[in-house]
Design a protein around this ligand. Structure first.
Ligand code: FMN
Length: 189
């Protein structure tokens, strides 16, 4: 049971990493392994070898979390280009019903549109969104400020607890997944 957490910030150890680390720690407290993946640049986010590596990693994991700083009330170009390339190659059968979540870090505003936009990648892929007791955001411009956002960090921990519960419940149920219907594509003309 392992969760992949993606850091969509250009800063490896910034605010988004601080929030993701809180989730990773709480997952560990709930006997779930995790790995925080740093992308770092737009070039890397669309690199074919990296995308293939991430495809394999995610398809063999139990859940996926993406995190982004808010840039002009939106996710970063790094995480957006990465998700677009990743979704092209992910095996839809393997990711269907895999729990997922998006989190955002901001100095002040634009968190909810950022989270909503990232969740769109999951809700078009039959991936259930794991929620917390508030929309999953932290506030701060530096990791030190984020560490003072006690409510934000609590939201991250509750998200981790809920995700651990869902992963364990799915494993325990040991059910066959529903057979996916062949997709119809009715374009508007
Ligand atoms: C180009 C740019 C745009 C930003 N836009 C916003 C914004 O719209 N709203 C906001 O509250 N903070 C904004 N910020 C601040 C970051 O979202 C905030 O500092 C975040 O916590 C940084 O996370 P990181 O350390 O993981 O990169 C912006 C920062 C940059 C560099």
């Amino acid at each position: 049971m392992k969760v992949i957490l993606i850091n969509g910030s250009p800063r490896a150890n910034g605010c988004t990493f601080t929030a993701l680390s809180e989730i990773a720690n709480e997952l560990k407290n709930n006997e779930i392994d995790s790995e925080i993946v740093y992308i770092g640049s737009i070039e890397k986010s669309i690199d074919k070898a990296f995308i293939k590596e991430m495809k394999d990693k995610i398809e063999s994991s139990s859940a996926l979390i993406v995190g982004s700083p808010v840039y002009y009330a939106a996710p970063t170009p790094i995480i957006t280009s990465f998700m677009i390339e990743l979704m092209k190659v992910l095996d839809k059968d393997k990711i269907a019903l895999m729990p997922a979540a998006s989190i955002a870090s901001a100095r002040r505003a634009g968190t909810t549109p950022t989270i909503d936009q990232l969740n769109k990648f999951f809700t078009i892929s039959q991936m259930p969104i794991v929620s917390s007791q508030y929309w999953p955001m932290v506030h701060g411009n530096t990791p030190e400020e984020v560490k003072k956002d006690e409510e934000g960090l609590q939201i991250m921990r509750v998200l981790a607890k809920n995700m651990a519960y869902m992963i364990k419940a799915f494993k325990l149920a040991n059910l066959e997944k529903p057979i996916l219907e062949k997709r119809k594509r009715t374009n508007f003309i």
